[in-house]
Design a protein around this ligand. Sequence first.
Ligand code: AMP
Ligand code: MG
Length: 404
Amino acid sequence: MLRIENALDIILRHTPTLDEEEVRLAASLGRILRHDCVSDIDLPPFDRARMDGYALRAADTDTASPERTVRLRAIGEAAAGHAFNGQVNAGEAVRIMTGAPVPMGADAVEKIEVIRVMDEGSIEIEAPVKPGQSITPRGIEARAGAVMVKSGERVTPPVAATLASFGCAQLKVSRKPRLTLLSTGTELVEVEEKPGPSQIRNSNAYSLAGYAETAGAEVLSAGIVPDDSGATREAIAEALSKSDVVMLSGGVSMGDYDLVKPALRELGAEILVERVAAHPGKPTVFAKLGEKIVFGLPGNPVSVAVSFHLFAWPALLKMQGASEIHLPRMKVYAARMVKGAPPRRSHQPARLVIRDGRVEAEPLKWSGSSDLVAFMRADCLIVVPEDRQSLNEGELVEVISLRD
Ligand code: AMP
Ligand code: MG
C-alpha cells in the first residue's frame, strides 16, 4: 500500500504534458496558457479621468473656500475616446468625462457634483483640489513590456479581460486531454432506465464527466462495461486508441468480478499504482501504456469522487502544463469530532459553514462511501492524518476544497 504522496509522485512522474494549440481569446476560457503574455501598451495609456467633472490646475484652487470661491474659465471638453488637444493654462479648466485623457497642463480633476457651473462659460470651485485628484496616472496598472499573465495560468474571466487589454487575440493553450470514461459493473443501467432487481443506475459517469471537464478535459464518451473479461479488455483497448486518458470506475477491488487490473495487464499496460493508504479510495489504480494513462478508480460513488480529486485532478492539470495543479487546502475548525482510519489517511466529506464569525467544517452525516446523496452537499474534505483515531471538535484541521 503506497502513501498518498508516493502514489501521487508516481502518477505525476508518468503523466505526460500535452502539446499546445492556438485558440482565439474568445474560446479560451478555462484553458491553460502556454506562453507568457506581455503587455504591448501602458495601461492606462494616458493620464485618465476617474470622474465626470473638470480638469484643472490644482494650484489655481489653493485659496478656494465657500466664502471666496475660485472662478475658472471653461475652455473646452474631453470625452472618452475624444481628447481635448489644447493646453490648460492658469485660470482655465476643461469639462471632462470619465475615461477621457486629462489635457496637457491640467493635473487634477474635480467632480461635477461639487462644481458650480456658471452661465457665461466659467465654473466656481469652493475648496482646494489636490494635485492628482481623480486621475489614474498613465501606466499605473501595467507597463508596456511587462509579463502580465504567466505560462501555466488558467484563463479565468478576469484573466481574459487582462489578455484582451493587451491585444492577446490568439493564444497558445494546452490541448485538452481527451478522456474516455468507462463505468464497469453488470449491475449498472443508464439514467433513462428503471433499475431491475439487483441493478442500480450509473451515477459515477456523471460525477466523473463533470469533474473531468472542470479539470479541463474533453470527455469523449462514457459508457457502461459489464463485468466480463473480454468486454472489459476490448472497451479499454478501444478507449486507449482514441484518448489520452482512460478513466474507469469500479472493478478494481478484490472481488471475483473486479476485472480491470487483469484486463490492463493483458493489454500490456504497466500498473504503477494499485493500492493507496487513503480512506476512502484505497483501491486506486494508475497504469500507463505508451503515452496513454489509465485511472482505475473505486466504484463507490463517494470513493470515486475522493480518489478523483486526490489523484486524477492534479494529473489532468499537469497534462495541461498548469502551474498550480493541486486543489486549494486550508485550515478551518472542525464543527464536530471526525473519525480517522489509521493506518490510512482519511478524507471526510464536509461542508464549510460560518459559525460565530469563524469558518468551520461540518462533517456530513453519511452512511458510508456509497452515500452519494449526502455527498452532494460536500464542498470540502477534512483530512484526518494517518496516525489519528479522530480529530476533536473545535480543532484546527486541514481541508481540501472541492470547489475550484
Ligand atoms: P466495485 O468497485 O465495482 O466493487 O463497486 C463498488 C460499489 O460501487 C458497488 O456497490 C457498485 O455497485 C457501486 N458502483 C460501481 N460503479 C458504479 C457506478 N458507475 N455508479 C454507481 N455506483 C457504482
Ligand atoms: Mg463492480
